[in-house]
Design a protein. Sequence first.
Length: 90
Amino acid sequence: MADEEQNLVEIVDENGVTTQCEVYDVFEFEGKSYALLLPLEDEEDEDAELIVLEYIEEGEECYFQSIEDETEFDKVCLYIQSMEDEENEN
């Protein structure tokens, strides 16, 4: 139960809307860490949109940051898609 609670985070969008999410995965790509978050209200929906954010650790603190660069975001999304394709092949 503690592990399950530890994987829950709240994010606040640019409009001030708070969404509770489960940390689905954290991975490294091109020297940075990224996180895939699954909004809990969409948990039952198999086609729910995952949220992709940069994952930053500074000492004991860690936080999520939007990926502002569109090219970087597109590259990360392509990488995620390739990981999903690999999983589906196995």
